[in-house]
Design a protein around this ligand. Sequence first.
Ligand SMILES: [Zn+2]
Length: 323
Amino acid sequence: MLPPLTFQPILKRIRWGGRRLGTLLHKQIGEACDYAESWEIADHADGQSLVADGPLAGQSLSSLIRNHGQDLLGRQSLGSQFPLLIKFLDAHDWLSLQVHPDDRLAKQFNPSENGKTEAWVIIDSQPDSQIAAGLRAGVTSEQFCEALRNGTVESCLNLISVKPGDCIMVPAGTVHALGPGIVLAEVQQQSNLTFRLFDWGRVDSSGKPRPVHVEESLACTDFTRGPVAAVEPVQLCDSSHPFEELVRCEHFVIRRHRFLDPIRISTDDRFRVLICLNGSAVVKSKYGNAQMPVATTVLLPACSGVTQVIPTGPVTMLEVLCP
Ligand SMILES: [Zn+2]
């Protein structure tokens, strides 16, 4: 009998961050200029979401899973950890060039970690914003290692321009980096395992470079993956309205709904994560309501059944679920 849940954002300051989590996404930031990530839904040693309001205010996501696992996760209640980590990111500067392990490799590096397949939906970007999305076609592990040694790694990267609305799928093993000027929503496995290949020659305030993990990175890199392009959305329709499927992989499905009139989401005994990218709405299930202003995230428990999402104007919303 859980109502739709909202959580307190967990803000992470990292030196590539900026101020747009506050100015664009209305998060409560302070004076600093390096707000990088807002963890919206997290169940990890590095961040644990707390319910923002209502009768369950202050409870952690992990305790909700312990005490209400069946209601929250429904037929996906086998694990003891929430399977997805949902974030907003503000890349004010280049992120390090990085790669994430898959589930099998992650357990080798850290038995309590998961693999990290992630997907990005661009919210805002500059006209010259770029990302590194995979390696250029035909780049071998030998060529890549050589380029890392010589400081010419950029010649190996598939650099692409992005614009708001683009969705980029980054399976574990894909070499990637986000470039300056990009604000996005990220859906990923519940993991915080990143290996840095290259940090663009930068040093921190004490003059030291951040550590890189070339050996681990190369062990995780899928050299058959090649260049990555923005996904082609698939147009679908259910009984209530048309929507787009952006991603379907073994870890998550991402749908995008654009609507002016109320829509229905049937949870079908699986949880949903709703991410409001534009406009605002109210989420109404038989167990309660949640306000969903722009740039907020609502967790719809599996027990919610048929739930209404009632917009106050034009809304763009992501719906995330496990397949
Ligand atoms: Zn990443």
